[in-house]
Design a binder for this molecule. Structure first.
Ligand code: 9MR
Length: 467
């Protein structure tokens, strides 16, 4: 199953990342990799994960940017547009426009959204910076409630609280106006967010929490453990993962992610970027992806921007595409690592049991014109399933399009091997070939997708039109 080159890569990685590579080797043997996918989102979807990026609303008019973002990523974080200062510039006056631009762009393109961030010591509007005590506590909780309510049903996960712990060896909370309202401000924010949007996963998000040995990592771990023990509604922990030579990818990254996951939360890499270039940068990216893939509850990875020139630290060239939009070595290493497969999410200890779900009705469209679309079931997880549609040309055709209709509350959250467009409901996807759609009589071609089923396991209905 492995090529000599892949084995070589694993060897190199074992040197760089210690026990990490060995752990993943076992996983790879247990879960045969599916056919290699050609985009990050498609490759990640094969093990049930997402691959995301931060998006800046100001760049949505840049065609190179949106083309790459649309093709490669299926989870979107607003880089700045949903922060407290953007959402509530004046007290009681919410400005949804820039956040909506990002959320609408994501949803119109069939992508999910990570909300960032409801409560944070930084990027507070001026009026909030000057507040303290119970007045600030009330204002913060009101902000959480209003913003999470406004976006209810549209957010996969919220960073409810961001960066609340101090750097260094203290293991203490970060001093801030919010912290000074009382140590329970974080759990109060989580409870308010749960009440406002019960369907969103609620995350604590921070940086410098990657190395298991660090005091800050331990402090966040202890908070999450305490929250789980006391029933504070927390579902996930975000690891920002901003790396550079002074703060490299730790060799114990897998241990950190696994230990948090073992507390009963999902873990996500939320703002990944790694300063550097060439093979050294590529190897570090590969290590991060490998660590996530080997943890069943590591549900996805988000990079903090599209091209190096889009980055908050552009001079460090920390992303997967160069300023012209070309794929870098880091891109290739991430894609290859994703294509090696990983432990499927969610927890393999609680998989979907055959026979416990309603038997779906297979659908086959006889074809309008001269093609036929046939559905075949792919891998299933607790919360999602993969499907493949095979298009068969009954006579020679020069092109085709195929509609895939899912039933609410299902949602298609990833696709591969085709160019999708969506109707306004988001339930009907029209898939067209990425390149030429010409097929000889009897020839077939396939595309695939992931459906988040939200409790409904019905198979999609299909049509095929030839031209
Ligand atoms: O990338 C963001 C940059 O454009 C902003 O100027 C900056 C302001 O705080 O925030 C950056 O994003 C940060 C994220 O919201 C939280 N984690 C650290 C990120 C990089 O600074």
């Amino acid at each position: 199953m492995t090529t000599p080159r892949q084995r070589y890569r694993r060897g190199r990685l074992a040197a760089a990342f210690g026990g990490l590579a060995a752990a993943t080797l076992a996983v790879t043997l247990a879960v045969p990799a599916a056919a290699a996918a050609s985009t990050l989102q498609a490759a990640a979807a094969e093990s049930g994960r997402y691959f995301g990026t931060a998006i800046a609303a100001s760049r949505l008019n840049d065609g190179t940017y949106t083309t790459i973002a649309n093709r490669e990523f299926n989870m979107i974080t607003a880089e700045n547009e949903m922060k407290m200062d953007a959402m509530q510039p004046s007290r009681g006056q919410f400005n949804w426009s820039s956040g909506d631009r990002i959320v609408n762009w994501a949803r119109q393109n069939g992508k999910q959204v990570r909300g960032h961030a409801l409560a944070w010591h930084s990027q507070q509007p001026g009026w909030m910076q000057n507040m303290s005590g119970s007045q600030l506590r009330t204002a913060m909780l009101d902000h959480v409630t209003q913003v999470a309510s406004y976006y209810r049903g549209k957010i996969y996960a919220w960073d409810v609280v961001n960066e609340a712990f101090a750097d260094g060896s203290s293991g203490a909370r970060r001093d801030s106006n919010l912290q000074r309202t009382g140590n329970d401000w974080i759990e109060a924010a989580f409870r308010a967010a749960r009440a406002a949007d019960p369907g969103a996963k609620l995350c604590y998000n921070d940086y410098n929490t990657d190395n298991w040995q660090h005091a800050k990592t331990q402090a966040v771990y202890n908070m999450v453990k305490d929250f789980k023990a006391r029933g504070v509604p927390i579902d996930c922990v975000g690891f920002q993962a901003h790396f550079n030579s002074g703060n490299p990818v730790p060799s114990n990254y897998h241990t950190t992610l696994q230990n948090f996951a073992d507390l009963g939360v999902d873990v996500q890499i939320t703002e990944l970027d790694i300063e550097g270039s060439g093979s050294s940068q590529a190897q570090q990216y590969q290590g991060v992806v490998q660590a996530c893939l080997s943890v069943a509850r590591c549900t996805g990875i988000t990079v903090w921007g599209v091209r190096d020139t889009d980055s908050w630290r552009a001079s460090g060239t920390p992303l997967l595409f160069d300023g012209s939009g070309n794929k870098k070595a880091a891109y290739t290493s991430v894609l290859n690592q994703l294509n090696q497969g990983g432990t499927p999410v969610p927890n393999p200890g609680n998989p979907t049991q055959p026979g416990t779900t309603p038997t779906p009705t297979p659908t086959q469209n006889p074809g309008t014109g001269s093609c036929t679309a046939t559905y075949s079931e792919g891998q299933k997880w607790n919360d999602r399933f993969n499907g493949t549609v095979t298009i068969r040309a009954n006579t020679a055709i020069s092109g085709w399009s195929s509609t895939v209709t899912v039933r609410q509350p299902q949602r298609i959250i990833a696709t591969w091997n085709g160019s999708p467009t969506w109707d306004s409901s988001g339930n009907v996807m029209t898939m067209r070939p990425s390149g030429s759609g010409a097929l000889a009589a009897g020839q077939t071609v396939s595309f695939g997708f992931t459906v988040q089923h939200n409790g409904d396991w019905t198979w999609p209905t299909l049509t095929c039109s030839a031209s």
